[in-house]
Design a protein around this ligand. Structure first.
Ligand code: ACM
Length: 543
Protein backbone atom coordinates (compact mmCIF):
# COMPACT_ATOMS: atom_id res chain seq x y z
CA UNK A 1 0.00 0.00 0.00
CA UNK A 2 1.13 3.54 -0.54
CA UNK A 3 2.56 5.50 2.31
CA UNK A 4 2.07 9.23 2.37
CA UNK A 5 5.32 11.09 2.06
CA UNK A 6 5.60 14.69 3.22
CA UNK A 7 4.11 17.01 0.62
CA UNK A 8 7.29 19.04 0.40
CA UNK A 9 9.34 16.01 -0.39
CA UNK A 10 6.88 14.98 -3.04
CA UNK A 11 6.92 18.43 -4.60
CA UNK A 12 10.72 18.56 -4.49
CA UNK A 13 10.79 15.19 -6.17
CA UNK A 14 8.39 16.40 -8.84
CA UNK A 15 10.59 19.46 -9.45
CA UNK A 16 13.64 17.25 -9.88
CA UNK A 17 11.97 16.29 -13.09
CA UNK A 18 15.15 16.37 -15.17
CA UNK A 19 14.38 14.08 -18.05
CA UNK A 20 12.28 11.89 -15.82
CA UNK A 21 9.98 12.97 -13.04
CA UNK A 22 9.59 9.58 -11.59
CA UNK A 23 8.43 10.38 -8.11
CA UNK A 24 5.34 12.52 -8.11
CA UNK A 25 2.29 12.97 -5.93
CA UNK A 26 -1.10 11.65 -6.95
CA UNK A 27 -4.31 13.56 -6.20
CA UNK A 28 -3.98 12.66 -2.51
CA UNK A 29 -0.33 13.67 -2.29
CA UNK A 30 0.75 10.05 -2.04
CA UNK A 31 3.99 9.09 -3.72
CA UNK A 32 2.96 6.78 -6.47
CA UNK A 33 5.27 6.79 -9.41
CA UNK A 34 8.42 4.79 -9.18
CA UNK A 35 9.38 3.82 -12.68
CA UNK A 36 12.66 1.88 -13.04
CA UNK A 37 14.38 2.32 -15.39
CA UNK A 38 13.60 6.02 -15.59
CA UNK A 39 11.81 6.87 -18.83
CA UNK A 40 12.95 9.56 -21.25
CA UNK A 41 10.08 11.74 -20.08
CA UNK A 42 7.29 11.55 -17.55
CA UNK A 43 4.82 14.42 -17.35
CA UNK A 44 2.04 14.38 -14.76
CA UNK A 45 -1.26 15.35 -16.42
CA UNK A 46 -3.75 17.66 -14.80
CA UNK A 47 -6.47 15.03 -14.72
CA UNK A 48 -8.05 12.46 -12.45
CA UNK A 49 -6.33 9.07 -12.31
CA UNK A 50 -7.30 6.08 -14.39
CA UNK A 51 -9.22 3.36 -12.60
CA UNK A 52 -8.94 -0.29 -13.59
CA UNK A 53 -12.29 -1.90 -12.69
CA UNK A 54 -14.22 -5.11 -13.19
CA UNK A 55 -15.51 -3.57 -16.44
CA UNK A 56 -12.05 -2.86 -17.82
CA UNK A 57 -10.94 -4.50 -21.05
CA UNK A 58 -7.67 -4.65 -22.94
CA UNK A 59 -8.49 -3.21 -26.34
CA UNK A 60 -5.86 -4.20 -28.88
CA UNK A 61 -4.92 -3.04 -32.36
CA UNK A 62 -1.99 -3.93 -34.58
CA UNK A 63 0.46 -6.75 -35.04
CA UNK A 64 1.42 -8.56 -31.83
CA UNK A 65 -0.75 -6.41 -29.54
CA UNK A 66 -3.03 -9.30 -28.52
CA UNK A 67 -0.09 -11.42 -27.35
CA UNK A 68 1.30 -8.56 -25.29
CA UNK A 69 -2.16 -7.97 -23.82
CA UNK A 70 -2.52 -11.63 -22.84
CA UNK A 71 0.86 -11.66 -21.09
CA UNK A 72 -0.07 -8.53 -19.14
CA UNK A 73 -3.60 -9.77 -18.43
CA UNK A 74 -2.45 -13.10 -17.05
CA UNK A 75 -0.81 -11.44 -14.04
CA UNK A 76 -3.35 -8.62 -13.75
CA UNK A 77 -6.25 -11.10 -13.67
CA UNK A 78 -4.54 -13.09 -10.93
CA UNK A 79 -4.01 -9.98 -8.81
CA UNK A 80 -7.33 -8.21 -9.39
CA UNK A 81 -9.75 -11.06 -9.94
CA UNK A 82 -11.12 -9.06 -12.91
CA UNK A 83 -11.93 -10.73 -16.20
CA UNK A 84 -9.93 -8.24 -18.30
CA UNK A 85 -10.93 -9.61 -21.70
CA UNK A 86 -8.67 -8.92 -24.66
CA UNK A 87 -10.85 -7.42 -27.41
CA UNK A 88 -10.69 -5.29 -30.54
CA UNK A 89 -12.81 -2.17 -31.07
CA UNK A 90 -13.37 1.26 -29.56
CA UNK A 91 -11.84 1.73 -26.11
CA UNK A 92 -13.95 3.12 -23.25
CA UNK A 93 -12.70 5.20 -20.30
CA UNK A 94 -12.25 2.10 -18.14
CA UNK A 95 -10.15 0.32 -20.78
CA UNK A 96 -6.46 -0.09 -21.41
CA UNK A 97 -5.80 0.40 -25.09
CA UNK A 98 -2.73 -1.32 -26.56
CA UNK A 99 -1.76 -0.19 -30.03
CA UNK A 100 0.97 -1.22 -32.44
CA UNK A 101 1.16 1.17 -35.38
CA UNK A 102 3.77 3.13 -37.32
CA UNK A 103 4.89 6.43 -35.87
CA UNK A 104 3.87 5.77 -32.26
CA UNK A 105 7.25 5.28 -30.53
CA UNK A 106 9.82 8.05 -30.04
CA UNK A 107 12.05 7.98 -33.15
CA UNK A 108 10.38 4.73 -34.22
CA UNK A 109 12.52 2.77 -31.72
CA UNK A 110 11.51 -0.91 -31.74
CA UNK A 111 11.42 -1.00 -27.94
CA UNK A 112 10.07 2.53 -27.53
CA UNK A 113 6.51 3.41 -26.54
CA UNK A 114 4.25 6.18 -25.36
CA UNK A 115 1.79 5.88 -22.50
CA UNK A 116 -1.09 8.23 -21.73
CA UNK A 117 -3.16 7.67 -18.62
CA UNK A 118 -6.04 9.45 -16.95
CA UNK A 119 -9.74 9.20 -16.20
CA UNK A 120 -10.34 8.78 -19.94
CA UNK A 121 -8.37 5.54 -20.09
CA UNK A 122 -4.86 4.23 -20.58
CA UNK A 123 -3.35 4.15 -24.05
CA UNK A 124 0.00 2.50 -24.67
CA UNK A 125 1.28 2.72 -28.22
CA UNK A 126 4.41 1.51 -29.98
CA UNK A 127 5.80 0.83 -33.42
CA UNK A 128 6.45 -2.80 -32.53
CA UNK A 129 5.14 -5.39 -30.09
CA UNK A 130 8.44 -5.26 -28.16
CA UNK A 131 7.90 -1.59 -27.37
CA UNK A 132 4.28 -2.24 -26.45
CA UNK A 133 5.43 -4.89 -23.99
CA UNK A 134 7.96 -2.48 -22.42
CA UNK A 135 5.10 0.00 -22.04
CA UNK A 136 3.01 -2.57 -20.17
CA UNK A 137 5.91 -2.96 -17.73
CA UNK A 138 5.70 0.77 -17.04
CA UNK A 139 1.96 0.34 -16.44
CA UNK A 140 2.79 -2.56 -14.10
CA UNK A 141 4.96 -0.19 -12.04
CA UNK A 142 2.40 2.66 -12.15
CA UNK A 143 -0.36 0.43 -10.77
CA UNK A 144 -0.53 -0.24 -7.02
CA UNK A 145 2.10 -2.74 -5.91
CA UNK A 146 -0.65 -5.28 -5.23
CA UNK A 147 -0.74 -5.86 -8.99
CA UNK A 148 2.13 -8.28 -8.30
CA UNK A 149 0.19 -10.41 -5.82
CA UNK A 150 -0.41 -13.99 -6.80
CA UNK A 151 -4.07 -14.11 -5.75
CA UNK A 152 -6.90 -11.62 -5.82
CA UNK A 153 -6.98 -10.67 -2.15
CA UNK A 154 -6.79 -8.05 -0.85
CA UNK A 155 -7.44 -5.22 -3.34
CA UNK A 156 -5.54 -2.02 -2.55
CA UNK A 157 -7.22 0.77 -0.62
CA UNK A 158 -8.50 3.28 -3.16
CA UNK A 159 -8.68 0.75 -5.96
CA UNK A 160 -6.49 0.01 -8.95
CA UNK A 161 -5.54 3.54 -9.93
CA UNK A 162 -2.91 4.80 -12.34
CA UNK A 163 -1.81 8.44 -11.99
CA UNK A 164 -2.69 10.74 -14.88
CA UNK A 165 0.51 11.08 -16.88
CA UNK A 166 2.18 11.14 -20.28
CA UNK A 167 5.25 8.98 -20.76
CA UNK A 168 7.53 8.84 -23.80
CA UNK A 169 10.27 6.27 -23.64
CA UNK A 170 12.89 4.25 -25.52
CA UNK A 171 16.09 2.47 -24.51
CA UNK A 172 19.62 3.85 -24.70
CA UNK A 173 21.36 0.51 -25.41
CA UNK A 174 20.21 -2.40 -27.56
CA UNK A 175 21.52 -5.09 -25.17
CA UNK A 176 20.42 -4.97 -21.52
CA UNK A 177 21.00 -8.22 -19.76
CA UNK A 178 21.63 -10.27 -16.72
CA UNK A 179 23.46 -13.59 -16.56
CA UNK A 180 22.42 -16.51 -14.42
CA UNK A 181 25.03 -19.19 -13.71
CA UNK A 182 23.06 -22.44 -13.74
CA UNK A 183 26.29 -24.50 -13.81
CA UNK A 184 27.76 -23.96 -10.32
CA UNK A 185 24.28 -24.62 -9.00
CA UNK A 186 21.39 -25.83 -11.10
CA UNK A 187 18.08 -23.95 -11.09
CA UNK A 188 14.90 -25.70 -12.23
CA UNK A 189 12.85 -24.31 -15.12
CA UNK A 190 10.21 -22.78 -12.82
CA UNK A 191 12.89 -20.76 -11.01
CA UNK A 192 14.24 -19.44 -14.29
CA UNK A 193 10.73 -18.48 -15.45
CA UNK A 194 10.14 -16.58 -12.20
CA UNK A 195 13.44 -14.75 -12.69
CA UNK A 196 12.46 -13.91 -16.27
CA UNK A 197 9.28 -12.25 -15.00
CA UNK A 198 11.24 -10.27 -12.45
CA UNK A 199 13.81 -8.98 -14.92
CA UNK A 200 11.13 -8.18 -17.50
CA UNK A 201 9.70 -5.58 -15.11
CA UNK A 202 12.97 -3.63 -15.43
CA UNK A 203 12.85 -3.75 -19.24
CA UNK A 204 15.86 -6.04 -19.55
CA UNK A 205 15.90 -7.79 -22.89
CA UNK A 206 18.60 -10.47 -22.48
CA UNK A 207 18.90 -13.45 -20.17
CA UNK A 208 22.37 -14.95 -20.56
CA UNK A 209 22.42 -18.51 -19.21
CA UNK A 210 25.88 -19.77 -18.21
CA UNK A 211 25.06 -23.37 -19.09
CA UNK A 212 28.38 -25.14 -18.63
CA UNK A 213 31.30 -24.99 -16.26
CA UNK A 214 33.67 -27.25 -14.35
CA UNK A 215 30.93 -28.25 -11.92
CA UNK A 216 28.19 -29.16 -14.38
CA UNK A 217 26.97 -29.34 -17.98
CA UNK A 218 23.32 -28.26 -17.93
CA UNK A 219 21.96 -28.58 -21.46
CA UNK A 220 21.02 -31.80 -23.24
CA UNK A 221 23.17 -32.49 -26.33
CA UNK A 222 21.84 -35.49 -28.22
CA UNK A 223 25.08 -36.23 -30.07
CA UNK A 224 27.10 -36.19 -26.84
CA UNK A 225 24.66 -37.68 -24.30
CA UNK A 226 27.19 -38.20 -21.49
CA UNK A 227 27.64 -34.43 -21.22
CA UNK A 228 24.48 -34.58 -19.15
CA UNK A 229 24.56 -38.33 -18.40
CA UNK A 230 27.78 -37.87 -16.43
CA UNK A 231 28.55 -34.16 -16.61
CA UNK A 232 25.31 -32.89 -15.05
CA UNK A 233 25.34 -34.98 -11.88
CA UNK A 234 27.37 -32.55 -9.77
CA UNK A 235 27.38 -28.97 -8.58
CA UNK A 236 29.34 -26.89 -6.06
CA UNK A 237 29.47 -28.40 -2.61
CA UNK A 238 27.82 -31.70 -3.49
CA UNK A 239 24.41 -30.02 -3.76
CA UNK A 240 23.21 -32.39 -6.49
CA UNK A 241 22.98 -31.83 -10.21
CA UNK A 242 20.46 -31.27 -12.93
CA UNK A 243 20.12 -30.21 -16.54
CA UNK A 244 17.60 -28.87 -19.02
CA UNK A 245 16.20 -31.25 -21.58
CA UNK A 246 15.74 -29.66 -24.96
CA UNK A 247 12.03 -29.27 -24.20
CA UNK A 248 12.83 -27.61 -20.86
CA UNK A 249 15.14 -25.22 -22.59
CA UNK A 250 12.60 -24.45 -25.33
CA UNK A 251 10.10 -23.59 -22.59
CA UNK A 252 12.51 -21.06 -21.10
CA UNK A 253 13.26 -19.56 -24.51
CA UNK A 254 9.56 -19.31 -25.36
CA UNK A 255 8.55 -17.82 -22.01
CA UNK A 256 11.34 -15.26 -22.30
CA UNK A 257 10.35 -14.47 -25.91
CA UNK A 258 6.80 -13.72 -24.77
CA UNK A 259 8.43 -11.02 -22.61
CA UNK A 260 10.70 -9.89 -25.48
CA UNK A 261 13.74 -11.26 -23.71
CA UNK A 262 16.37 -13.06 -25.78
CA UNK A 263 18.10 -16.02 -24.16
CA UNK A 264 21.85 -16.05 -24.81
CA UNK A 265 23.22 -19.54 -24.18
CA UNK A 266 26.80 -19.80 -22.99
CA UNK A 267 29.01 -22.83 -23.43
CA UNK A 268 32.15 -21.84 -21.57
CA UNK A 269 35.15 -23.03 -23.64
CA UNK A 270 38.01 -23.99 -23.78
CA UNK A 271 38.53 -23.64 -19.99
CA UNK A 272 35.83 -24.21 -17.36
CA UNK A 273 35.25 -27.59 -19.00
CA UNK A 274 35.86 -30.20 -16.30
CA UNK A 275 32.27 -31.46 -16.53
CA UNK A 276 32.63 -32.12 -20.28
CA UNK A 277 36.11 -33.59 -19.86
CA UNK A 278 34.85 -35.90 -17.12
CA UNK A 279 32.16 -37.22 -19.47
CA UNK A 280 34.39 -37.91 -22.50
CA UNK A 281 37.96 -39.23 -22.10
CA UNK A 282 38.68 -38.53 -25.78
CA UNK A 283 38.49 -34.78 -25.13
CA UNK A 284 41.47 -35.02 -22.76
CA UNK A 285 45.08 -34.83 -23.95
CA UNK A 286 45.97 -37.90 -21.85
CA UNK A 287 42.78 -39.76 -22.80
CA UNK A 288 41.79 -40.01 -19.15
CA UNK A 289 38.55 -38.48 -17.88
CA UNK A 290 39.08 -36.41 -14.73
CA UNK A 291 36.82 -36.93 -11.74
CA UNK A 292 33.77 -34.66 -11.49
CA UNK A 293 34.47 -31.41 -9.65
CA UNK A 294 32.45 -29.82 -6.86
CA UNK A 295 34.86 -27.14 -5.66
CA UNK A 296 35.09 -23.46 -6.58
CA UNK A 297 38.59 -23.07 -8.00
CA UNK A 298 38.93 -21.80 -11.57
CA UNK A 299 41.42 -22.08 -14.38
CA UNK A 300 42.52 -25.73 -14.13
CA UNK A 301 40.61 -27.36 -17.00
CA UNK A 302 40.86 -27.04 -20.78
CA UNK A 303 39.96 -28.72 -24.00
CA UNK A 304 43.01 -30.22 -25.64
CA UNK A 305 44.77 -28.30 -28.44
CA UNK A 306 46.90 -31.27 -29.49
CA UNK A 307 46.51 -32.50 -33.12
CA UNK A 308 46.04 -36.00 -31.61
CA UNK A 309 42.69 -34.86 -30.24
CA UNK A 310 41.70 -32.59 -33.14
CA UNK A 311 39.12 -34.98 -34.61
CA UNK A 312 37.22 -35.44 -31.34
CA UNK A 313 37.59 -31.83 -30.25
CA UNK A 314 36.46 -30.31 -33.55
CA UNK A 315 33.54 -32.75 -33.82
CA UNK A 316 32.57 -31.82 -30.25
CA UNK A 317 32.77 -28.10 -31.05
CA UNK A 318 30.76 -28.42 -34.26
CA UNK A 319 28.05 -30.59 -32.71
CA UNK A 320 27.51 -28.81 -29.39
CA UNK A 321 27.42 -25.38 -31.04
CA UNK A 322 25.04 -26.66 -33.74
CA UNK A 323 22.62 -28.25 -31.27
CA UNK A 324 22.58 -25.20 -29.00
CA UNK A 325 22.24 -22.82 -31.95
CA UNK A 326 19.25 -24.86 -33.14
CA UNK A 327 17.57 -24.15 -29.79
CA UNK A 328 18.35 -20.45 -30.07
CA UNK A 329 16.12 -18.11 -32.08
CA UNK A 330 18.21 -15.14 -30.91
CA UNK A 331 21.29 -13.94 -32.78
CA UNK A 332 23.95 -14.69 -30.16
CA UNK A 333 25.95 -17.67 -28.99
CA UNK A 334 28.28 -17.06 -26.02
CA UNK A 335 31.35 -19.28 -26.12
CA UNK A 336 33.18 -18.17 -22.99
CA UNK A 337 36.94 -17.87 -23.38
CA UNK A 338 37.62 -16.69 -19.82
CA UNK A 339 40.19 -17.89 -17.31
CA UNK A 340 41.72 -20.55 -19.51
CA UNK A 341 44.78 -20.64 -17.29
CA UNK A 342 46.03 -24.19 -17.85
CA UNK A 343 46.86 -23.75 -21.55
CA UNK A 344 49.82 -22.07 -23.19
CA UNK A 345 49.00 -18.85 -25.06
CA UNK A 346 49.61 -20.61 -28.38
CA UNK A 347 47.21 -23.42 -27.50
CA UNK A 348 44.64 -20.95 -26.20
CA UNK A 349 44.75 -18.96 -29.45
CA UNK A 350 44.45 -22.13 -31.51
CA UNK A 351 41.47 -23.32 -29.50
CA UNK A 352 39.74 -19.93 -29.54
CA UNK A 353 40.09 -19.74 -33.31
CA UNK A 354 38.46 -23.17 -33.68
CA UNK A 355 35.77 -22.46 -31.07
CA UNK A 356 34.79 -19.12 -32.60
CA UNK A 357 34.79 -20.60 -36.11
CA UNK A 358 32.48 -23.42 -34.97
CA UNK A 359 30.15 -20.86 -33.39
CA UNK A 360 30.13 -18.65 -36.49
CA UNK A 361 29.43 -21.68 -38.69
CA UNK A 362 26.04 -22.00 -36.97
CA UNK A 363 25.10 -18.58 -38.33
CA UNK A 364 25.10 -16.96 -34.89
CA UNK A 365 27.18 -14.01 -33.74
CA UNK A 366 29.72 -15.22 -31.20
CA UNK A 367 30.12 -13.49 -27.85
CA UNK A 368 33.22 -14.07 -25.73
CA UNK A 369 34.52 -12.82 -22.40
CA UNK A 370 37.18 -10.18 -23.02
CA UNK A 371 40.10 -12.68 -22.91
CA UNK A 372 38.92 -13.95 -26.30
CA UNK A 373 40.11 -10.63 -27.74
CA UNK A 374 43.65 -12.06 -27.59
CA UNK A 375 42.77 -13.75 -30.87
CA UNK A 376 43.14 -11.70 -34.04
CA UNK A 377 41.27 -14.36 -35.98
CA UNK A 378 37.79 -13.82 -34.59
CA UNK A 379 34.86 -14.00 -36.99
CA UNK A 380 33.92 -10.44 -38.02
CA UNK A 381 31.50 -8.90 -35.58
CA UNK A 382 32.34 -11.12 -32.59
CA UNK A 383 31.11 -9.36 -29.46
CA UNK A 384 33.35 -8.96 -26.40
CA UNK A 385 32.17 -8.93 -22.80
CA UNK A 386 34.34 -6.82 -20.51
CA UNK A 387 34.45 -8.14 -16.94
CA UNK A 388 37.49 -6.41 -15.47
CA UNK A 389 37.14 -3.42 -13.14
CA UNK A 390 36.01 0.14 -13.80
CA UNK A 391 39.66 1.00 -12.88
CA UNK A 392 42.35 -0.03 -13.71
CA UNK A 393 42.01 -1.12 -17.32
CA UNK A 394 45.41 -2.49 -18.42
CA UNK A 395 45.47 -5.58 -20.60
CA UNK A 396 41.73 -6.13 -20.28
CA UNK A 397 41.13 -2.83 -22.05
CA UNK A 398 43.44 -3.81 -24.90
CA UNK A 399 41.77 -7.21 -25.26
CA UNK A 400 38.39 -5.49 -25.29
CA UNK A 401 39.38 -3.00 -27.99
CA UNK A 402 40.47 -5.95 -30.10
CA UNK A 403 36.79 -6.91 -30.61
CA UNK A 404 36.05 -3.41 -31.91
CA UNK A 405 39.10 -3.54 -34.18
CA UNK A 406 37.71 -6.79 -35.61
CA UNK A 407 34.31 -5.24 -36.34
CA UNK A 408 32.52 -6.18 -33.14
CA UNK A 409 30.98 -4.33 -30.23
CA UNK A 410 31.24 -4.69 -26.47
CA UNK A 411 28.99 -5.62 -23.56
CA UNK A 412 30.04 -3.92 -20.34
CA UNK A 413 30.01 -5.99 -17.13
CA UNK A 414 32.66 -4.43 -14.89
CA UNK A 415 32.93 -6.88 -12.03
CA UNK A 416 33.40 -4.35 -9.24
CA UNK A 417 30.05 -2.69 -9.97
CA UNK A 418 27.98 -5.05 -12.13
CA UNK A 419 28.65 -8.51 -10.67
CA UNK A 420 25.55 -9.31 -8.64
CA UNK A 421 27.29 -12.06 -6.69
CA UNK A 422 29.55 -9.59 -4.89
CA UNK A 423 28.52 -9.29 -1.27
CA UNK A 424 26.46 -6.37 -0.07
CA UNK A 425 28.46 -3.88 1.87
CA UNK A 426 26.95 -4.74 5.24
CA UNK A 427 27.55 -8.47 4.67
CA UNK A 428 24.10 -9.06 6.10
CA UNK A 429 23.69 -11.86 8.57
CA UNK A 430 19.95 -12.28 8.06
CA UNK A 431 18.32 -15.61 7.26
CA UNK A 432 19.78 -15.56 3.76
CA UNK A 433 22.79 -13.34 4.35
CA UNK A 434 26.34 -13.66 5.53
CA UNK A 435 27.29 -16.81 3.71
CA UNK A 436 26.03 -15.49 0.35
CA UNK A 437 28.25 -13.87 -2.21
CA UNK A 438 31.94 -13.34 -2.85
CA UNK A 439 34.18 -10.31 -2.48
CA UNK A 440 37.12 -10.70 -4.86
CA UNK A 441 36.04 -7.82 -7.13
CA UNK A 442 37.38 -5.03 -4.90
CA UNK A 443 35.24 -6.09 -1.97
CA UNK A 444 31.51 -5.80 -1.46
CA UNK A 445 29.43 -3.69 -3.86
CA UNK A 446 27.03 -1.01 -2.65
CA UNK A 447 23.87 0.04 -4.46
CA UNK A 448 25.49 3.42 -5.14
CA UNK A 449 28.44 1.70 -6.80
CA UNK A 450 26.12 -0.45 -8.89
CA UNK A 451 24.37 2.75 -10.03
CA UNK A 452 27.21 5.27 -10.43
CA UNK A 453 29.15 3.99 -13.43
CA UNK A 454 29.10 4.90 -17.06
CA UNK A 455 29.57 2.12 -19.62
CA UNK A 456 31.10 4.42 -22.25
CA UNK A 457 33.84 5.74 -19.93
CA UNK A 458 35.56 2.50 -18.96
CA UNK A 459 37.63 1.36 -21.91
CA UNK A 460 39.26 4.15 -23.91
CA UNK A 461 38.18 3.78 -27.52
CA UNK A 462 34.98 1.97 -26.57
CA UNK A 463 32.36 4.70 -26.49
CA UNK A 464 28.64 5.04 -27.19
CA UNK A 465 28.88 3.62 -30.71
CA UNK A 466 30.99 0.64 -29.64
CA UNK A 467 29.04 -0.36 -26.54
CA UNK A 468 26.33 -2.84 -27.46
CA UNK A 469 24.98 -2.68 -23.93
CA UNK A 470 25.37 -3.73 -20.33
CA UNK A 471 24.95 -6.97 -18.42
CA UNK A 472 24.92 -7.84 -14.73
CA UNK A 473 26.21 -11.40 -14.25
CA UNK A 474 25.20 -13.50 -11.25
CA UNK A 475 27.58 -16.37 -10.47
CA UNK A 476 26.19 -19.00 -8.15
CA UNK A 477 29.08 -20.62 -6.28
CA UNK A 478 27.35 -19.59 -3.02
CA UNK A 479 23.73 -19.53 -4.21
CA UNK A 480 21.52 -22.59 -4.29
CA UNK A 481 17.93 -21.34 -4.45
CA UNK A 482 15.79 -18.78 -6.27
CA UNK A 483 15.40 -16.83 -3.03
CA UNK A 484 19.18 -16.55 -2.77
CA UNK A 485 19.45 -15.47 -6.41
CA UNK A 486 16.79 -12.81 -5.84
CA UNK A 487 18.49 -11.63 -2.64
CA UNK A 488 21.74 -10.92 -4.48
CA UNK A 489 20.10 -9.52 -7.62
CA UNK A 490 17.65 -7.08 -6.07
CA UNK A 491 17.91 -4.17 -5.76
CA UNK A 492 21.31 -3.94 -7.53
CA UNK A 493 20.00 -5.29 -10.83
CA UNK A 494 17.65 -2.29 -10.94
CA UNK A 495 20.72 -0.04 -11.04
CA UNK A 496 22.25 -1.82 -14.02
CA UNK A 497 18.87 -1.95 -15.78
CA UNK A 498 18.60 1.82 -15.49
CA UNK A 499 22.15 2.34 -16.77
CA UNK A 500 21.24 0.24 -19.80
CA UNK A 501 17.87 1.84 -20.56
CA UNK A 502 17.73 5.43 -19.39
CA UNK A 503 19.30 8.40 -21.16
CA UNK A 504 22.79 9.30 -19.99
CA UNK A 505 22.59 12.12 -17.45
CA UNK A 506 23.39 15.37 -19.31
CA UNK A 507 26.15 16.28 -16.83
CA UNK A 508 27.32 12.69 -16.47
CA UNK A 509 25.96 12.50 -12.92
CA UNK A 510 23.20 10.21 -11.79
CA UNK A 511 20.88 11.28 -8.99
CA UNK A 512 21.06 8.55 -6.37
CA UNK A 513 18.42 10.15 -4.12
CA UNK A 514 15.87 10.08 -6.92
CA UNK A 515 16.90 6.52 -7.83
CA UNK A 516 16.73 5.29 -4.25
CA UNK A 517 13.22 6.76 -3.94
CA UNK A 518 12.13 4.80 -6.98
CA UNK A 519 13.83 1.64 -5.69
CA UNK A 520 11.68 2.00 -2.57
CA UNK A 521 8.57 1.99 -4.78
CA UNK A 522 9.86 -1.10 -6.53
CA UNK A 523 10.38 -2.66 -3.10
CA UNK A 524 6.63 -2.48 -2.53
CA UNK A 525 6.12 -4.43 -5.74
CA UNK A 526 8.70 -7.02 -4.66
CA UNK A 527 6.95 -7.34 -1.30
CA UNK A 528 3.58 -7.85 -2.97
CA UNK A 529 4.93 -10.39 -5.45
CA UNK A 530 7.00 -12.32 -2.93
CA UNK A 531 10.33 -11.42 -4.52
CA UNK A 532 13.21 -11.52 -2.06
CA UNK A 533 15.56 -8.51 -1.95
CA UNK A 534 18.15 -7.07 0.36
CA UNK A 535 16.84 -3.91 2.06
CA UNK A 536 19.95 -1.85 1.39
CA UNK A 537 20.54 0.92 3.91
CA UNK A 538 19.88 4.41 2.55
CA UNK A 539 16.83 3.44 0.49
CA UNK A 540 13.65 4.93 2.01
CA UNK A 541 11.87 1.58 2.07
CA UNK A 542 8.16 1.89 2.78
CA UNK A 543 6.46 -0.05 5.56
C1 ACM B 1 34.37 -14.36 -15.33
O1 ACM B 1 33.98 -13.76 -14.31
N1 ACM B 1 35.25 -15.35 -15.22
C2 ACM B 1 33.87 -14.02 -16.64
Amino acid sequence: MFVRIPALLAIAAAIMTVASACTSPDENGDAVTGIIPAPISYEPRDAAPFRLTAESRLVVAGSGAAGVAETFAEQARRATGFELPVVEGMPAASDVSLVVADGEAPDGAAEGYTLESGADGVRIAADAAAGLFRGTQTLRQLLPAAIEQTDAAPAPEGGWTVPAASVADAPRFAYRGTMLDVARHFFPVEDVLAYVDEIASMKLNVLHLHLTDDQGWRIEIESWPELTGIGAATSVGGDGGGFYTKDDYRRIVEYAAERFITVVPELDLPGHTNAALSAYPELNCDGVAPTPYEGTEVGFSSLCASPDRAEATDRFLAEVTREVAELTPGPWLHLGGDESLSTSQADYLDLVRRIAAAGAATGKTVIGWHEMGASRELPAGTVGQYWSFVEPKGTAAELTRSFVEQGGRVIMSPADVAYLDMKYVDDPQGPLGGRLGLDWAKGPTTLDEAYLWEPTSIVPGVGEAEVLGVEAPLWTETLGSLAEVEFMAFPRLAAVAEIGWSPAAPDGRRDTDDFFGRVAALGEHWDAGGTVYYPVRGVPWRE
